[in-house]
Write a protein that binds this ligand. Structure first.
Ligand SMILES: *Cc1c(COP(=O)(O)O)cnc(C)c1O
Length: 360
């Protein structure tokens, strides 16, 4: 079976973990600090704060900016549930703006329509590894004095106009095993504001800077040195991983060109796509997925339900009509693109997909 995702872990990661275990310092310690420094340098942000998940990074980013009750945050309905849930955790209200049909990212024109006197922040998601339109989004934020929190959980290293995602506003990254790099579970907040970084580090540790002195309500959302040690090795390999993803994507796009009924993934000018997923729009999507499964090719639907249509959100009273997202959930299919794939694997994926549409 060709899996839809697979972490690439080797001897270096095992050795790094062993070193931490032997040191006896297995909670948050010097490796976390080293990882934060390396990651902030990588993204070109002034500061970084490591946490135990991407969800935690989003949650802390909102809290560090003082977002809470009575506030509205505009975000994409076409994402993993954690994006909108992080807003709910703070007591603020997620407001959904529909997406662009080609990149599947939040549409700046739709953001403008959703701004009210309660809007405090915009939370774009760089979905599948393709940056959202950060030029337009930063302009809207400037014009309306809004905070920008980037959900960069799928887009480590992606660039928009030569600038890495996570460095436009406050960034949130995930290191879950299927992401472009991993620490097992883990996350990172990036920011250029010293005050936000300091606040984030307090919130992750029960609101304290000095042990047992608690200045605000916080949580335990810390990363361990075991996870950070894996992250440091993975970060060193990230550019190689990304190049392999981009090479695989290029081969998929070349192979899938011209099939009637299927639209290959696109990359917009001025963007670097890091292909967390290679996602096509496919007619008869579910039949294609079953056909590929029979041929031992794993696929994924990211995502089958837009957030505003999730049972829990309907219970909260969401009744939005967001037609571009509602159509996308019926048509998207992610094909394997991860760096563990061989050329033969890609060939197999292309041939099987072509066979489905020819036979059909
Ligand atoms: C993975 C992911 C998250 C959450 O990250 P976790 O580390 O799983 O908590 C949030 N948003 C998006 C878009 C993601 O893909």
């Amino acid at each position: 079976m060709i899996p839809i995702g697979k972490p690439l872990l080797g001897k270096e990661e095992i050795d790094a973990v062993t070193e931490v275990l032997n040191s006896g310092m297995i909670a948050q310690g010097p490796k976390v600090e080293e990882f934060e420094l390396a990651f902030s340098e990588y993204t070109g942000s002034g500061y970084a704060a490591a946490v135990n998940s991407g969800t935690a990074a989003l949650h802390i980013a909102l809290l560090a900016h003082g977002i809470g009750k009575e506030d509205e945050v505009i975000t994409s309905p076409f994402s993993f549930i954690a994006t909108a849930n992080s807003i709910l955790y703070t007591g603020a209200k997620p407001v959904f703006a529909d997406i662009e049909p080609d990149t599947f990212n939040i549409d700046p024109e739709r953001i403008k329509e959703k701004i009210t006197s309660k809007t405090r922040a915009i939370m774009p998601v760089h979905l599948y590894g393709h940056p959202a339109d950060m030029k337009a989004i930063m302009e809207i934020a400037d014009d309306n004095k809004l905070i920008v929190i980037e959900d960069a959980c799928q887009s480590h290293g992606a660039e928009c106009l030569g600038k890495k995602v996570g460095s436009f506003g406050t960034g949130a990254f995930s290191f879950y095993p299927t992401k472009n790099m991993t620490t097992s579970e883990g996350g990172m907040l990036t920011t250029d504001e010293k005050e936000i970084a300091e606040k984030a580090k307090m919130i992750r540790a029960h609101g304290s800077k000095i042990r047992y002195l608690h200045e605000m309500l916080g949580f335990n959302l810390r990363m361990t040195d075991i996870a950070a040690a894996i992250g440091l090795v993975q970060l060193g390999k990230l550019n190689k991983f990304t190049e392999a993803r981009q090479r695989n994507a290029q081969m998929l796009s070349a192979g899938l060109k011209g099939i009637s009924g299927l639209v290959p993934a696109i990359t917009k000018a001025a963007c670097t796509h890091v292909f967390h997923q290679y996602t096509v729009r496919a007619e008869k999507r579910d039949q294609l997925a079953s056909f590929l499964k029979e041929k031992e090719i794993g696929t994924g639907v990211h995502y089958p339900t837009p957030i505003h249509k999730q049972p829990f959100y309907k219970e909260l009273g969401y009744r939005d009509s967001l037609p571009v997202s509602e159509k996308a959930v019926e048509e998207v299919l992610s094909l394997p693109v991860h760096p563990a794939l061989s050329g033969t694997d890609i060939q197999k994926i292309v041939e099987a997909t072509r066979e489905f549409y020819v036979e059909d």
